[in-house]
Design a protein around this ligand. Structure first.
Ligand code: ADP
Length: 301
C-alpha cells in the first residue's frame, strides 16, 4: 500500500504537516465583503493536467487542467453530459471500476501522479474520499458503517469508539444518533443517511473529499444542513463538488469550474471540455467567457 516515489509514511507526514499548516492557513472570512479571502492562484492539494477520458472509443471529456486549493470548496458545474462526474471520478480512480473507461493525462495529489503504476488505488480512495449522489449506507448498524473503512484499510485507532464518535461529530450527526449507534443505518432519514456517508468518509482520515451531487436526492432542509456542513468541513479538508444547482455552487464554493460539451464536426459526438475556471464570485458576476455567462444566466443549458 504505497504511493511511490513518496512512500505511504512520507505521505502521512505530508498530510500531517498539511493538517498543521492548514489549521493556521485556512482562508479567513472577510465580513465586510461577505466572502472568504482566497489566494489568486489555488494552493493546490490536487491538480489535473491534460486530462482526457474515453469510454471505449468515445472521448467523453478532453484537455482539462485544474488545480484544487487547500481548504477550499471547488464546484464543477455545467450542463448534463459535459463530463463533470467523469472528471470527479478520475480524482480518486473511481473510473478504474468502470468497464471501458480510460484516463489519459496526469492527476496529481501532493505532486504525485495517482495513476502511476506503483500507486495503490485503495490507498488513493482512503486519502481522497467520495460521497455519492444517493446516500448509500451499508445494511449495517450506524456504528459499523463508520468503523467499516478503518477496519478494512487496517487502521489501528487507539479507540474505535472514539474514532466513530469523532467522525459522527465531524459530520454533525452525533447528537442525533448517539443513543442508537447499534441500530440499522437504514432507519435514518435521507439527509441523516447522507451525513452518515460523510462521517464514513471522515473515518478514514482523508485529505480531500469528493462529492458528486450530494444533495440531489434531498429536500431543501436536508440540503441546507449539508451545505452548512460542507462550509465547516472546508476548514479541515479540501472539497470538490459536482452540482447541477448553480445557487448551491454560488453559496458554498470558493472557486468554480464551468464545463460544456461540444460536438465534433465529423463524428457529431459531444465531448466535454473546461470553459472557464475562476473564483466563484467572478464566474457568477463577471465571467471571461460568453458561454459561461449564457449558462449562469440561464440562457443556455
Ligand atoms: P455529467 O456528470 O456532466 O452529466 P458524465 O460525466 O456523466 O456527465 O458523462 C459525460 C459523457 O460520458 C456523457 O456523454 C455520458 O453519456 C458518457 N458516459 C458517462 N459514463 C459512461 C459510461 N459508464 N459508459 C459510457 N459512457 C459514459
Amino acid at each position: 500500500m504505497s504511493f511511490n516515489p513518496i512512500t505511504a509514511t512520507e505521505v502521512d507526514q505530508v498530510s500531517d504537516n498539511h493538517r498543521t499548516v492548514k489549521e493556521k492557513q485556512a482562508p479567513e472570512f472577510d465580513h465586510s465583503a461577505g466572502r472568504r479571502l482566497i489566494s489568486d492562484v489555488p494552493q493546490a492539494v490536487m491538480a489535473v493536467e491534460g486530462l482526457r477520458v474515453y469510454y471505449g472509443a468515445f472521448l467523453a471529456v478532453r484537455d482539462v487542467d485544474l488545480a484544487f486549493g487547500r481548504n477550499e470548496i471547488t464546484a464543477l458545474i455545467g450542463p448534463s453530459g459535459c463530463g463533470k462526474s467523469t472528471v470527479i471520478r478520475c480524482l480518486n480512480r473511481m473510473n478504474d471500476l468502470v468497464v471501458g473507461a480510460r484516463v489519459e493525462g496526469v492527476v496529481k495529489y501532493h505532486s504525485q501522479n495517482i495513476y502511476a503504476h506503483s500507486v495503490d488505488p485503495i490507498e488513493v480512495r482512503r486519502r481522497i474520499g467520495m460521497v455519492f449522489q444517493k446516500p448509500n449506507p451499508f445494511p449495517k448498524s450506524i456504528y459499523d458503517n463508520i468503523a467499516y473503512g478503518p477496519r478494512v484499510t487496517g487502521m489501528k485507532p487507539d479507540s474505535m469508539d472514539d474514532l466513530v464518535e469523532q467522525a459522527l461529530h465531524g459530520a454533525a450527526l452525533w447528537d442525533e444518533v448517539k443513543d442508537k449507534l447499534k441500530q440499522n443505518a437504514y432507519g435514518l432519514s435521507g439527509g441523516q443517511q447522507q451525513r452518515l456517508c460523510i462521517a464514513r468518509t471522515l473515518a478514514t482520515e482523508p485529505d480531500v473529499i469528493l462529492m458528486d451531487e450530494p444533495c440531489s436526492a434531498l429536500d431543501p432542509i436536508a440540503t441546507s444542513r449539508i451545505e452548512d456542513l460542507m462550509m465547516q468541513l472546508r476548514e479541515r479538508f479540501t472539497i470538490i463538488i459536482v452540482t447541477h444547482n448553480m445557487q448551491q455552487a454560488a453559496r458554498v464554493s470558493d472557486r468554480t469550474a464551468f464545463f460544456t460539451a461540444q460536438a465534433d464536426d465529423t463524428t457529431g459526438n459531444r465531448t466535454g471540455l473546461l470553459v472557464e475556471f475562476d473564483r466563484t464570485e467572478k464566474i457568477f458576476t463577471n465571467p471571461s467567457e460568453k458561454r459561461t455567462e449564457d449558462y449562469t444566466s440561464g440562457k443556455f443549458g
